[in-house]
Design a protein around this ligand. Structure first.
Ligand SMILES: [Zn+2]
Length: 514
């Protein structure tokens, strides 16, 4: 069996998805889960891009011990310096440096000749090798590059010390056969290719990211880059869970394996979906709600007689639990704390106490508290770093089919002052958001509003995701509550608070730069 390394870029390419902006705590939580999942490399961000990115990459490098942590860098010394500062405390510091190699990118974006591009690439790899034990070099837009030129530059950067060569399909243009051919071409035409490992990085613009990644493996790639749930720029990246499960289920064919702990897939997928607000479509392979649901009578009958008639993947393989009822009204603090630990979360005593109070409150209204409920509560409590900003105290909404919906809200601002406002609207949520906008005294535009239930049943928790903008700056927020209106209000406040935090960080950055 060949070993395939998994390079996860959920926190870099995935975070570039439109409307996704994760804070430091959220990124750390995802990184810890990726470590449990067993990915080989975590791309934690782009350290030179912003102070926030730098801090997140640094915190992840300092926290994660069982995988290599990397950061992206352009082929300039200041980027490489910043990346080293952020990554040097990691268990295995690794740089991911790139430059574009396609005629279109070299001519219009870089405004450099091919010779200049080769020179810059070689210089940046040499410079990076002074710090980093492992340097990965990427040919941006490799799939639209001239192949002999690609082979030349790859050979030169290997001579300069690159350890991994990545061939990204940056624009999602290639087909599986063609992509495999590029890897075969390089294997045949690059003299020192045996010294390094080849990596694939695919985008899903034509729906072929996973197929292309698998074709690369067949042609000799030993590293696959992708994201959880396939999130990422435009149509997204190759979904790591799909690549890993395809290799596992079809090991007879691919003769290759990953180090992933497949049973952590479902949990990783839900965490990423919750924190990014990117909802997983029900029909999504491996992690969609319907991925294991047999609907037609003939199929159901077959599965009852013998599972393998219609089921090629067992839900248990990827950690989908059929029985997740865990706690109830009479569960004590000890059982509660143990379950949280089993779910992989470490909380402070104070956090456990606050959470236990909320759990008891919920258990009064909801009979069974599932793992999904607990995780929703934990994420709500633990990742709320905005306690110094606006807090929701209470809401009251009046709705009747023949009356104008009216909402009254009470908030607390950062200084602890109460603010109370009332407003009407065409519907309950609009009335509520109008009242919140009045209380905050800022013109907030609502760009997106989505609601989901956590688990099933009439008493299920509601989870609301919103995206708002203010002066063309966007932020997303989420809120969980048993009542949909309360969850809606929480999500709105969460998004607004995030916007203030982002602004505050930018101001501090501007001050520091002066
Ligand atoms: Zn990409």
């Amino acid at each position: 069996m060949r070993k395939i390394n998994i390079f996860d870029t959920t926190l870099r390419d995935g975070e570039q998805s439109a409307g996704v902006n994760l804070n430091l705590h959220e990124k750390l939580e995802i990184a810890r889960q990726l470590e449990r999942l067993g990915v080989d490399i975590i791309e934690a961000g782009f350290p030179a891009a912003s102070k926030g990115d730098f801090q997140a990459v640094q915190a992840i490098a300092q926290t994660v011990r069982n995988c290599s942590v990397t950061g992206l860098s352009r082929s300039v010394q200041s980027d490489i310096d910043a990346a080293w500062e952020a990554l040097k405390d990691g268990a295995e510091p690794r740089l991911h440096v790139f430059i574009a190699t396609s005629p279109i990118h070299m001519q219009y974006k870089l405004r450099m000749t091919p010779e200049q591009v080769v020179e810059t690439a070689v210089e940046s790899v040499r410079y990076a090798k002074k710090y980093f034990p492992i340097v990965q070099w990427s040919a941006e837009d490799a799939c639209r590059s001239d192949l002999p030129f690609l082979a030349t530059i790859v050979e030169k950067v290997i001579e300069a010390g690159a350890n991994v060569i990545n061939i990204p399909d940056t624009v999602g243009y290639i087909t599986p056969k063609q992509y495999g051919d590029i890897f075969s071409f390089l294997k045949k035409n690059v003299r020192n290719i045996e010294k390094i490992s080849l990596s694939a990085h695919c985008h899903d613009d034509l729906g072929m990211a996973v197929a292309n990644s698998l074709a690369a493996i067949e042609a000799g790639a030993t590293q696959i880059e992708g994201t959880i749930n396939g999130i990422g720029e435009r149509a997204g990246n190759a979904a790591i869970e799909e690549v890993a499960v395809a290799l596992y289920i079809r090991k007879d064919y691919y003769q290759a394996e990953t180090r992933l702990n497949l049973q952590e897939i479902k949990r990783t997928s839900s965490l990423v979906s919750k924190l990014t607000g990117m909802i997983v479509p029900p029909n999504k392979a491996i992690v969609g709600k319907n991925a294991f649901a047999h609907e037609s009578g003939i199929h159901q009958d077959g599965v009852l007689k013998e599972k393998t008639t219609y089921e090629i993947i067992s839900p248990q393989l990827v950690g989908v639990q059929s029985n997740s009822m865990v706690l109830g009204k009479h569960s004590g603090r000890h059982a509660f704390r143990t379950r949280i630990q089993e779910l992989g979360y470490s909380l402070t005593e104070e956090e456990v106490n606050r959470l236990f109070a909320r759990f008891k409150d919920l258990a009064d209204k909801k009979k069974d508290i599932t793992d999904d409920d607990l995780i929703a509560l934990i994420l709500d409590e633990k990742l709320d770093m905005y306690k110094n900003f606006y807090q929701l105290c209470s809401i009251q909404v009046q709705y009747g089919t023949n009356q104008i919906p009216t909402a009254v809200v009470v908030l607390k601002d950062g200084e602890g002052n109460d603010i109370q406002e009332a407003a009407t609207g065409a519907g309950s949520v609009e009335a509520l958001y109008n009242a919140l906008e009045k209380a905050l005294q800022i013109p907030v535009t609502l760009l997106d509003y989505r609601i989901e239930s956590v688990g099933s049943g009439r008493d299920a928790l509601a989870q609301v995701y919103v995206k708002v903008s203010l002066d063309r700056k966007e932020a997303s927020g989420r809120g969980t509550a048993q009542d949909v209106l309360e969850a809606s209000a929480k999500a709105y406040i969460h998004a607004v608070n995030r916007m203030f935090v982002i602004e505050k960080m930018k101001e501090e950055q501007a001050l520091a730069a002066q």
